[in-house]
Design a binder for this molecule. Sequence first.
Ligand code: TYM
Length: 337
Amino acid sequence: MARQRILSGIQPTGDLHLGNYLGALRNWVDLQKDYDCFLFMADLHAITVPHDPTVLAENTYKTAAIYLAAGIDVDTVSTIFVQSHVTAHSELGWLLTCITPLNWLQDMVQFKEKAIRQGEKVGAGLLCYPALQAADILLYEPDKVPVGEDQKQHLELTRDITIRMNDQFGTPDDPVLKMPEPMIRKEGARIMSLTDGSKKMSKSDPSDLSRINLLDPPELIQKKVKKCKTDPARGLEFDNPDRPECHNLLSLYMLMSNQTKKAVAEECREMGWGQFKPLLAETIVEGLRPIQEKYHEIRGDEGYLESVLQRGQEKANAIAHQTLSKVKQAMGYTIPS
Ligand code: TYM
């Protein structure tokens, strides 16, 4: 039986952080055992908020190198590509934008949050972005789409757009698009900010102290952990709604040390912050060390990275082009021979 396929991506805006790693990238690495993986850098999404053209390409390369350094294996089961290198994304994105009701897009929480931050300058791309995300997914007919919790609503929208396309332009026996399934793991799906345990860790938080970036040097990781928000209660525990920071920091320790929740709860029950913080910092530093070393090795050979992205573009393009042609035909376009 053919192996099933997963598809996912990360926006190359700023540095990838522990939320991106534990909510997405690390799961992709594991999933390679069972799935063929199509993983991309969502650079078309990166311009839905004001962006700096002098760093866009660098951030895209950086993200690709981090995928490889974390263990994405492009020699066997995985394909890494740049979204803008496969033009079918923009094209299907437009076709899906046209069949998506405006109020579906206006209901997206991420749109509302980011739009508020931008005020009157908000671009229409920020609103239409989830239809492009639906195109990113549907082009590759994946079986599963592994993401963090914050992408759940976009995945539900993708499923609604699929139903709409199939109802309007397909038949029950011959649907135009394949229905994708989200895959959201419980552990790591929502890593919170280091400065506020009620907000998710995010690239767009103005304070760099709120997150640990995958390429932060050890001294900076130690500083961020030392300064992170805690509480005055004694002893450390999971799942106390009055102690969101405590739950988040214990979860980070559990995930980065690859221990069970039970083992961590027992180990840390009697600890104070003064004992726990250095332990957490050291665990994160050691967990990220091999990724950082590999990252610098990969960045030392830009020719290799170029060749990975070139191969990725060719493989992704072949699949994406087929799906796009099918949709265009179903919608009544002529296809030049
Ligand atoms: P982005 O770039 O914001 O995040 C990339 C991945 O990281 C996960 N993530 C988190 N997981 C746990 N805790 C956090 N604090 C945290 N922050 C981010 C996200 O859930 C995501 O899985 N729109 C997407 C990119 C995208 C995409 C796609 C994803 C574009 N097209 C198609 C999947 C399929 C985004 O902005 O993710």
